[in-house]
Write a protein that binds this ligand. Structure first.
Ligand code: BGC
Length: 866
């Protein structure tokens, strides 16, 4: 018997206390065990046809053609962030790999969609999918084969971390659903998605191993890895992502780009990933080591120091095949995975070549800017790929806006209200649109963070323009200093715009090197003082916040004049009208917080602080285990300022009439046994003729371009006949395959994990007097019999209604899978659930904070639906 607890949707204060004492596995002696050999791809039926086609051509490729497809041509050696070599005899061009997760980076006539965190705040699966379609269409339209997104790691473990905003929020299920919907949408267009960054890239500083020193090691225990950080990657693999990018950092002291457990063991064996695995940019650290560990593609191809014309792969991979160090079977698998993915998405049929250059906006220019002396030609055709994607972008920006507070129904505003608008965040970038490369500045309304996860704005409607368009009565003070001597009349309302920015480590903005080191979690540009100054003069103040993530509001949130507060997240190009749609009540706000807002930064566990040290490798021990964001607040019994999932509307809703249906009975603690792996392509294993990688006759070499060719390939001697050249294989290296992991068997894991155990349908009714959309969030509570420390609530599914008129209602169906009710059993290496769901609680509400107290459970909690 499963107990079902359902609360009214009323927003009562945070009351969720810790249910269990903390007991976190420690990561004292971080170590990543070896996992060899690399599993070959092609054993899952969803990919059979693509692998059959791939096998036919890979079997006929020369060594040079094979190496070409695995290795980038070098930094700035083509129009895209990275491009592979080609295999033109088979119709495979240089594959273009390009950013970003929110729009085509460094391009023109593209849409700048809202960022991932904004999409997460919509809690709207359809909008997540539609944005994916839009991104895919624009990638295809520009000739991008592999679009480098979505991001599901970082996952806001560190609230100050620079790139949390690129993903969908601080909860694994929200990340998973956001990522999977994006992938499905993107790949429906033929573009290949790249799920990134695998894994544990939770802060920007010291992320990268370089000549300056090692990147940090994220030391993550197995259970935490599975239940938090791997969860969204598993869903992304299940959604069929064609590629995965390895993170810069180490995990358990082994660099992600050559971590055999992560790539061979977890991604390819346990999650059954059939696509290809690439490095993050310049994250490769070894040639043979990364090949054996399962890496399939090196990006952008350069070795430790870019632009020297050196590579760990390219001609060196050719050499390692000829001398027998890297088994030919491994290279064949790398190439088969890449070609099969190309077929899987249908890129063999009329997929455009790149028609833009991310290096310049000029029409003509060098084809290989990294080459110093390069042929030139037309590099930008200025193809407009925007379509009608502005509609989706606006809908997301609007439906993400999260109303934190609205005393006395101060919002919506009437069109003739007397308004004073404050803050540079309401206006344009004073240096001009897109004046900062990769949005590396905080000037004007904050539409996205900075770094590679950005795109140029094709246009921008600022809040100032949109407000001026709605009302002639607003006075604008586009400054972060409050004007002196202002004496508003008693009915005037102040709209104060503030923001908080962050981004990627290669750009430092106002002393923040990606992560928010200098600004803490407070508003930038003295935003708090601006709100306080407005509150000293106006009796009604509305605060609008554009932020990359959690922000501390305590300096002013309780001041009496501060009547209403909105978080508009990172809205992209549609910042203005999406906001006025809400401010003036054309739509009710329906966004919800995709993270917790604390009272103080000290509310977080100390282990999620940023780490900085001048020498030696930073050991970032994930000692808080599974308790990040709201899981921590619940477990430590800390009341936040606003709980995860919080978001008000101009109307009110009730959630009622629950119907619980058992779909697949959970009649055993572990999933039924997986099926055996299907067969994979096999090829002759004879070492290829060295002439296959000899320089072709009369070849016109581009200086510093990375080629697969060798000067004297015939001189290469097999390692087996030259013992002094024998390669020191890593500890644990073997060519004997591992037994298939029991938690695997399909894309994302054992298919039984994704069986829907229960559906829960609820009736959502608009009980207020305005139209609006509601979100029903489903949290699970695992009983003590699960025999593991678990958070007292975990989000597992959500559904958003359409626009409900007053009195209108809609049934929302929520799913709970076997995996949703499981913990990762480290000893057994499998997911363990509660047989029959006995004692499981299911909670549905409009936010984590609305779920109620024990007594609310007692009233509503007796066996509904069963
Ligand atoms: C980022 C990736 C990005 C790549 C290519 C790296 O610095 O971490 O997210 O896709 O650059 O631009």
């Amino acid at each position: 018997m499963i107990l079902l607890y359902l609360t009214l949707s009323c927003l009562i204060s945070w009351t969720l206390a810790a249910q269990r004492s903390p007991h976190h596995p420690r990561a004292d002696a971080a170590y990543s065990p070896p996992y060899y050999p690399a599993p070959n791809g092609g054993w899952l039926s969803e990919w059979t046809s693509a692998y059959e086609k791939a096998q036919k051509i890979v079997g006929n490729m020369t060594l040079a053609e094979k190496v070409n497809l695995t290795t980038g041509t070098g930094e700035f050696m083509g129009p895209c962030a990275g491009q592979t070599g080609s295999a033109l005899r088979f119709g495979i061009p240089n594959l273009c790999l390009h950013d970003s997760p929110l729009g085509i980076r460094n391009s023109d006539h593209n849409t700048a969609f809202p960022a991932g965190v904004t999409v997460g705040a919509t809690f709207d699966k359809d909008l997540m999918y539609e944005r994916g379609v839009g991104l895919g269409e624009e990638a295809r339209g520009k000739g991008v084969n592999v679009l480098l997104g979505p991001v599901v790691g970082p996952t806001f473990r560190k609230p100050r971390g620079g790139r949390g905003w690129e993903g969908f929020g601080a909860d694994p299920s929200l990340q998973a659903i956001g990522g999977a919907q994006t992938i499905k949408g993107m790949q429906s267009t033929g573009a290949i998605s790249c799920l990134k960054h695998f894994i544990g890239n939770e802060q920007e500083m010291h992320r990268e191993t370089s000549v300056l020193g090692p990147g940090y090691s994220s030391n993550i225990d197995d259970r935490t890895l599975h239940e938090i950080y791997l969860w969204p990657f598993a869903e992304g693999v299940r959604a069929g992502t064609g590629s995965v990018m390895m993170a810069y950092n180490d995990v358990n002291r082994s660099a992600c780009s050559q971590n055999s457990l992560l790539i061979n063991g977890i991604l390819k064996d346990e999650l059954g990933f059939q696509g290809f695995v690439m490095t993050d940019w310049l994250a490769q650290m070894g040639g043979v080591s990364s090949a054996l560990a399962g890496l399939d593609m090196a990006m952008p191809g350069d070795g430790l120091i870019p632009l020297l014309g050196d590579s760990y792969w390219g001609s060196e991979l050719s050499r390692s095949i000829l001398n027998g160090t890297v088994p030919l079977e491994r290279l064949n698998d790398m190439v088969t995975r890449i070609v099969a993915t190309w077929y899987q998405m249908g890129q063999d049929e009329d997929y455009p070549l790149p028609n833009f250059s991310s290096n310049t906006l000029d029409e003509t220019g060098p084809l290989y800017p990294g080459a110093l002396i390069s042929p030139t030609g037309v590099v930008n055709q200025y193809v407009n790929v925007e379509g009608t994607h502005n509609i989706t972008a606006n809908a997301i920006a609007r439906d993400a806006i999260t109303l934190l507070k609205n005393d006395n129904n101060t919002l919506p505003l009437s069109k003739n209200a007397s308004l004073h608008v404050f803050g540079t965040d309401a206006g344009a970038n004073s240096d001009g649109l897109n004046s900062c490369s990769d949005q590396g500045c905080d000037n004007g309304v904050l539409t996205m963070g900075w770094g590679s996860g950005t795109s140029r704005l094709p246009y921008l409607v600022t809040p100032q323009e949109a407000i001026a368009n709605v009302t002639p009565t607003a006075t604008f003070h586009i400054s972060d200093t409050f004007p002196s001597g202002l004496t508003p009349n008693a009915s005037s309302i102040a709209l104060v715009f503030i923001n908080a920015d962050s981004g990627e480590n290669y750009i430092t903005v106002e002393n923040n090197p990606g992560d928010r080191t200098t600004t803490d979690l407070y508003a930038w540009h003295n935003g708090d003082e601006l709100v306080e100054a407005a509150a000293a003069v106006f009796s009604r103040v509305v605060v609008i916040i554009h932020t990359v993530g959690p922000i501390i509001l305590e300096n002013w949130i309780d001041l009496d004049p501060v009547k209403a507060v909105l978080i508009a997240h990172l809205p992209g190009q549609e910042a203005g009208y999406s906001l006025t749609d809400i401010l003036y009540g054309d739509y009710s706000p329906s966004g919800h917080l995709p993270y917790t807002i604390p009272f103080n930064e000290s509310n977080y566990p100390a282990s999620v602080s940023l780490l900085n040290q001048p020498f030696g490798q930073i050991q970032d021990d994930f000692t808080e285990g599974i308790y990040i964001d709201y899981r921590h607040f619940l477990n430590a019994n800390i009341t936040p300022r606003y709980p995860f999932g919080h978001g008000l509307s101009y109307t009110t809703f009730s959630i009622s009439d629950p119907v619980l249906t058992t779909v697949t009975p959970l009649d055993s603690a572990y999933s039924p046994s997986r099926t055996a792996k299907g067969s994979t392509p096999s090829y002759p294993t004879t070492i290829p003729d060295p002439d296959e990688v000899a320089w072709p006759d009369n070849f016109n070499r581009i200086w510093r371009y990375l080629y697969p060719y060798l000067d004297d390939p015939d001189s290469i001697v097999s390692n087996s006949t030259n013992s002094s050249a024998a390669y020191p294989y890593p500890d644990g290296y073997t060519t004997t395959a591992h037994p298939a992991p029991r938690a695997g068997g399909g894309q994302g894991g054992n298919p039984a994990l994704f069986d829907v155990a229960f559906t829960l349908s609820v009736l959502v009714t608009n009980t207020g007097s305005r139209s609006g959309r509601a979100v029903a969030q489903l949290y699970v509570e695992l009983p003590d019999t699960i025999d593991a420390d678990v958070p007292s609530r975990q989000l597992r599914d959500f559904g958003k209604t359409g626009t409900l008129q007053p009195g209108g209602s809609e049934t929302v169906v929520l799913n709970v899978t076997r995996k949703d009710l499981s913990v990762w059993d480290v000893g057994v290496q499998d997911w363990r659930t509660v047989v029959d769901g006995e004692g499981v609680g299911l909670w549905v509400g409009e936010s984590l904070g609305s779920l109620g107290e024990r007594d609310v459970r007692a009233i509503f909690g007796r066996g509904w639906g069963l």
